[in-house]
Design a protein around this ligand. Structure first.
Ligand code: F6R
Length: 613
C-alpha cells in the first residue's frame, strides 16, 4: 500500500498535499514526496521517513504551485531511500508520476525503455510509467498539450499489467492532473474551483465531501473546474458524485469503527496482493539456490504470538507438500534450546513487523548454527529482512490495529505457496498436483471475500456469550493452530480468559473447566475429521457448554444436532480451510470486545511491535 494525493486549484497546492499525505500515512510511511508545477517547470521534493520529514524539507525549499501531486510510500520495489521515493520523473524531468500498487511487467518494460535510450534513476517499478508516458508522447498527435497527455496516458495504461493507481503531472499542462485506477483505490474530491485526487477520502474530506469513486479501468482528467472520467475505450463515462457523510475519524478507518474491523475486511485485497508476487518471488528465492534447497531435510519455523500460530499451520504445509520435517518454536524459546549445527537446515522466521526482538534473537542463533534463513515479513528493510539470506514479503500493507488479522492470513498463504513451490522444486509433488494446489490457492482471496458475509451472524451470536468469564476454542489437525489463534485474539482485545485446544485433548484435562454456559467454539468444517468433532461437541455439551460450530454448508445440519449455534463459512480444500475459519474467530473476538466496550485497536498492556526481550 502507498498513498497518493493530488490538488489542482487556485491556491498553493503544497499545504493541501502535506495535509492529505498525513491523513494517508496509515497506508505507508517509509518515505514521502511531492511535486508541483512552478513557473519554470516541475519542482520535486522528497524525504525518507514520515510525512513530517517531507514537511520540514518543503518548509525549507518553499515550493509554490497551484497544481501538485504527492505520495507516501510503503516500499515494495527498492529500499526506502530518497531515490526510490515518489514522485518519479521521465528523462526530461517534465513528467512526474505517483503510483500505488505493483506493475507486474515492469522489468520487461524497463528493458524495452532502456534499449530506447531511457535513463532510470530508481529501482522502482513506478519509474517505468513516467518513461513510458514520455515515449508515448512522441507518438500521439492532438490539438492541445492537455489532449496529448491524455492520449499518451491511455496508451501507457494499456501497456501496464498488475494492480495500480497513478497520478500524472506534466509541466506543459500546468492546470491538469490525470489519474488512472486499476485494482488499487483512487477517489476524486470535487471542491469549489479546486479538485483533489487521492487514495482515500480522508485526504481531502476537510475541504469537500463530494467524491467520485472511480471504477477499475477508468482515467480521470482533473482541472480546477472539472473532473472528467473516461473508460478504457477513451469514451467519457458518467460517474455520479457521492456525498460523504463520515466525519474525519470514521473516514480514516474507511468508514469502519476500528482499524481491526477494517483490516479484517482488507483481507481479500491483502491476500491477493501477497499472492500476486508469490510465483515470481519464490522462483527467485528457490531458483537461486535449488541445489542447496534440495538438500534441506529439516526446517525450523520461529515466530511469536499470532505469527507463531501461522508457523504452526506452516508445519502442516511443509511436511505435507514439501516433504520436509518441520518443527515450530516460539522464538523466545528457540534461543535457549540445544540444537545441533547444520548446513542443510533452513530456519523460516515469520514476523509482521520484522522488528520483534525475540524473533531477531532466534534468527541470530540460527545464523550461529549455520542454518540458511528465510524471512516471511511485511515490512521492507526491517531488521529481520536484513538478518536473513532471503525474504518473502507479505504485501498486506501497514497493519495498524495491535491485534493482527490480515498479516496472519497473509502469512498462512505465503507458507502454503512456499511449501508447494518447494515441493515442486524438490520433486515431492508432481506438476499436476502442483497445478491443482496452486489453483486452489489463487481462489482463496475470493473465498475470504465471501466469508466476510458472516459478520452479521457472528455479531448476533456474541450477544449471548460476551459476558462469559472464559471461552474455549477447539480445532483439530490444521485447524488446531486456528483454535489457538481464536483464543489469543479474544483474550488480547476482550481481556477475557480464552484457551485453544486440540479437540482430542479436552478429555485429558481441559474439560474440567467447562460448566453451565461456558462458550466453546468448535472448528468443524465438513471433512474426514468432522465425526470426531461431533463427538467433541457432545462431550462439551454434556457438561453444560454453549457450543458454537464454525462449519461449512454441508456440515450445518449435522452440526446443528449437537451445537447451539452454527456459523457457516464457505468450503475450501482441507489445507486452506483455516484461512476462512479464522475470519469467523476474528469477528468473534471483535464483537465480544466491542460489546464489552474495550479499546479494540490499542488494548491495554500491549504494543504493536515488541522490540524488547
Ligand atoms: C497478536 C499479535 C502479536 C504478534 C507478535 C509478533 O495479535 O499481534 O502476538 O503477532 O507480537 O509480532 P510480529 O509478527 O511483528 O513479529
Amino acid at each position: 500500500m502507498c498513498g497518493i494525493i493530488g490538488y489542482v486549484g487556485a491556491k498553493n497546492s503544497v499545504p493541501f498535499l502535506i495535509e492529505g499525505l498525513k491523513k494517508l500515512e496509515y497506508r505507508g510511511y517509509d518515505s514521502a514526496g511531492l511535486a508541483v508545477i512552478e513557473k519554470d517547470g516541475v519542482r520535486r521534493i522528497r524525504a525518507v521517513g514520515k510525512v513530517a520529514e517531507l514537511e520540514k524539507a518543503a518548509l525549507l525549499a518553499h515550493p509554490q504551485g497551484c497544481c501538485g501531486i504527492g505520495h507516501t510510500r510503503w516500499a515494495t520495489h527498492g529500499k526506502p531511500s530518497e531515490e526510490n521515493s515518489h514522485p518519479h520523473t521521465d528523462c526530461s524531468g517534465e513528467i512526474v508520476v505517483v503510483h500505488n500498487g505493483i506493475i507486474e511487467n515492469f522489468l520487461a518494460l524497463k528493458e524495452k525503455l532502456l534499449t530506447l535510450g531511457h535513463k532510470f534513476q530508481s529501482e522502482t517499478d513506478t519509474e517505468v510509467i513516467a518513461h513510458l508516458i514520455e515515449e508515448n508522447l512522441k507518438h500521439v498527435r492532438a490539438a492541445t498539450d492537455e489532449e496529448r497527455l491524455f492520449r499518451a496516458v491511455m496508451r501507457t495504461s494499456n501497456e501496464l499489467q498488475g494492480a495500480f493507481a497513478y497520478g500524472v503531472l506534466w509541466s506543459h499542462t500546468p492546470q491538469q492532473i490525470i489519474g488512472v485506477k486499476n485494482q488499487s483505490p483512487l477517489v476524486v474530491g470535487i471542491g469549489k474551483g479546486e479538485t483533489f485526487l487521492a487514495s482515500d477520502v480522508p485526504a481531502f474530506l476537510k475541504y469537500t465531501n463530494k467524491a467520485l469513486f472511480l471504477e477499475d479501468g477508468q482515467t480521470v482528467v482533473l482541472t480546477p473546474q472539472s473532473a472528467q472520467v473516461y473508460g478504457m475505450d477513451g469514451k467519457e463515462a458518467k460517474v455520479k458524485p457521492t456525498k460523504i457523510s463520515w466525519d474525519q475519524k470514521t473516514a480514516e478507518k474507511g468508514g469502519y469503527a476500528h482499524f481491526m474491523l477494517k483490516e479484517i475486511y482488507d483481507q481479500p485485497q491483502a491476500l491477493e496482493d501477497t499472492l500476486r508476487t508469490a510465483r515470481a518471488d519464490f522462483a527467485r528465492i528457490l531458483g537461486l539456490k535449488t541445489e542447496d534447497l534440495r538438500k534441506i531435510k529439516k526446517v525450523y519455523l520461529v515466530a511469536c504470538g499470532t505469527a507463531y500460530h501461522a508457523a504452526l499451520v506452516g508445519k502442516y504445509y511443509l511436511e505435507n507438500f514439501a516433504g520436509v520435517t518441520a518443527s515450530v518454536d516460539l522464538a523466545s524459546e528457540f534461543k535457549y534450546r540445544t540444537i545441533p549445527p547444520s548446513k542443510d537446515t533452513l530456519c523460516i522466521a515469520i514476523s509482521q513487523s520484522g522488528e520483534t526482538a525475540d524473533t531477531l534473537g532466534a534468527v541470530k542463533k540460527a545464523k550461529d548454527l549455520g542454518f540458511k534463513r528465510l524471512a516471511i515479513c511485511n515490512v521492507l528493510g526491517s531488521g529481520l529482512t536484513r538478518a536473513c539470506n532471503s525474504v518473502f514479503y507479505t504485501h498486506c500493507g501497514p497493519e495498524i490495529s495491535v491485534a493482527s488479522t490480515k498479516a496472519f492470513t497473509s502469512q498462512i498463504v505465503s507458507l502454503y505457496a512456499l511449501a508447494i513451490f518447494l515441493g515442486h522444486a524438490s520433486g515431492n509433488i508432481s506438476q499436476s498436483v502442483f497445478n491443482k494446489l496452486y489453483k486452489e490457492l489463487m481462489a482463496v482471496p475470493k473465498a475470504v471475500a465471501e466469508t466476510l458475509n458472516i459478520e452479521y451472524d457472528v455479531r448476533h451470536l456474541t450477544r449471548k456469550v460476551y459476558k462469559a468469564p472464559r471461552f474455549i476454542f477447539l480445532g483439530r489437525n490444521v485447524d488446531f493452530p486456528i483454535a489457538l489463534e481464536g483464543a489469543l485474539k479474544l483474550k488480547e482485545i476482550s481481556y477475557s480468559c480464552a484457551e485453544g485446544f486440540a479437540a482430542g485433548e479436552i478429555k485429558h484435562g481441559p474439560i474440567s473447566v467447562i460448566d453451565k454456559g461456558t462458550p466453546v467454539v468448535v472448528l468443524m468444517p465438513k471433512n474426514h475429521l468432522f465425526d470426531k468433532m461431533l463427538s467433541a461437541c457432545q462431550e462439551c455439551r454434556a457438561r453444560g457448554a454453549f457450543v458454537v460450530a464454525v462449519t461449512t454448508p454441508d456440515g450445518k445440519a449435522e452440526a446443528a444436532t449437537v451445537t447451539d449455534k452454527q456459523i457457516v463459512v464457505p468450503q475450501a480444500s482441507e489445507y486452506l480451510q483455516p484461512v476462512l475459519d479464522v475470519v469467523a474467530l476474528q469477528f468473534f473476538a471483535y464483537w465480544v470486545a466491542k460489546r464489552l466496550g474495550r479499546d479494540i485497536d490499542q488494548p491495554r498492556n500491549l504494543a504493536k511491535s515488541v522490540t524488547v526481550e
